[in-house]
Design a protein around this ligand. Structure first.
Ligand code: SAM
Length: 377
């Protein structure tokens, strides 16, 4: 019965229900669907259904309301079918089995192997432990030099939001040069991040779509990861709903010559090293059914962090962002790294969720703030 989805529908009167269902399903073939009957239930084998035809038929049959129980059962029967929310569409019919097959990519494994060839030389190296002097620490320093001291393959997940610039905007009046420098510096640090990630480890970057001078940073950063052979696992749209009415930069006001587009969202790009699958056991998966169902839908509506003044940091992400990323993409006891840790949101949440953590920030002030935040957890 592999070719059918099976639904069990309770009824106390199968012998009465049988002719009613035969009439209801009369315009469908056995290949589409059929029923079997036991003493207390109807077993429905569902392959494909023209649901509109069924409801039209049901209307005709239930016009005579003298047998209320019959009417109730037919409504219940249709609701039961309608409650199956996963189906494909073929012609006018809902298709309940095999509908996802055609969406499956042929030879996916081979294609994935080909794409990951850039990092494949390193993925064979066994995993290492993060040295104890770095484990569960906030480290003040330049990520580039701090990470040079980490062994290969010792981190399970990197979650970070890069600085918007490295103070380079004043060093040159040439915009292109400024941004080249910015990305060169950033990518050197990211190279170290990729090196220290374990096989199957995730590199997750929160990026805003537009800096004031039209640099598509999320595309640049995604291209960088792809060129390094990282596997694209997905992209989450973080809807911040932070439309600021006072913001009056409209570009060419009311003219198509150059309208200025505004963004109320940011992106969270998710890349994986060597494999889209990550090692871990179910007993260390702490995400709930409800959270999983909600968070795999890749649009997360979350307010921005409102306590930036309190922490004296201009660009924090909210704890809820770190909470979702860490629970959805890592297991308990995994090692989480943020190389631009700021006021320590990633490390704080990692600790709360029983992960190991390492946070690095170049600013003593922010490191201090992050360390204070961890106290009492
Ligand atoms: C966008 S903020 C991160 C904020 C953080 N996600 C939070 O919620 O608090 C970027 C951080 O990168 C730090 N930073 C900039 N250059 C760095 C470098 N080379 N090494 C380490 N940290 C750096 C900045 O001090 C800043 O705190």
């Amino acid at each position: 019965m592999e070719n059918y989805k099976i639904l069990n529908i309770k009824t106390l009167r199968p012998e009465v229900i049988k002719p009613v269902l035969e009439s209801l399903l009369s315009e469908h073939s056995e290949k589409d669907l059929f029923c079997k009957y036991t003493d207390n239930e109807v077993i429905l084998y569902l392959h494909s259904v023209d649901y509109r035809k069924l409801t039209n038929n049901a209307e005709k049959i239930t016009k005579d309301k003298s047998d209320l129980k019959k009417v109730e059962f037919i409504n219940h029967f249709l609701e039961k079918i309608d409650s199956v929310r996963s189906f494909g569409i073929k012609g006018k019919k809902r298709l309940y089995v095999g509908y996802a097959d055609e969406r499956k990519v042929k030879n996916r494994k081979e294609k994935t192997t080909r794409r990951k060839k850039n990092v494949s030389e390193k993925i064979g190296i066994p995993e290492n432990n993060i040295p104890t002097k770095y484990q569960n620490e906030i480290i003040c320093g330049n990520s580039l030099s701090v990470m040079k001291d980490f062994p290969d393959n010792c981190i399970d997940l990197i979650l970070t939001s890069p600085p918007y610039n490295f103070g380079l905007e004043y060093s040159s009046n040439d915009d292109a040069n400024k941004w080249d420098n910015y990305f060169n510096n950033l990518f050197k640090i990211f190279d170290e991040g990729i090196r220290v990630l374990k096989h199957g480890g995730r590199f997750i970057v929160n990026i805003q779509p537009l800096f004031s001078d039209y640099v598509p940073s999320h595309h640049k950063i995604s291209n960088y990861f792809l060129n390094r052979g990282m596997l694209w696992k997905g992209e989450i749209l973080w809807e911040k709903n932070n439309y600021n009415c006072k913001y009056t930069a409209w570009g060419s006001w009311k003219s198509p010559s150059s309208p200025y587009l505004k963004y109320t969202w940011e992106f969270i790009e998710v890349f994986a090293k060597g494999s889209l699958k990550k090692k871990g056991t179910m007993e260390n998966a702490d995400i709930t059914d409800e959270e999983f169902k909600k968070w795999v839908v890749a649009k997360w509506v979350m307010s921005p962090e409102r306590r930036m003044k309190e922490f004296d940091h201009p660009a924090m992400f909210p704890e809820e962002l770190a909470n979702r990323v860490i629970k959805l993409f890592s297991f308990k006891h995994d090692v989480i790294l943020d190389p631009f840790n700021g006021a320590g949101t990633t490390t704080l949440v990692a600790k709360k969720l029983e992960r190991k953590y390492v946070g690095i920030d170049i600013s003593k002030n922010y490191c201090h703030k992050a360390q204070n935040r961890m106290k009492g957890i």
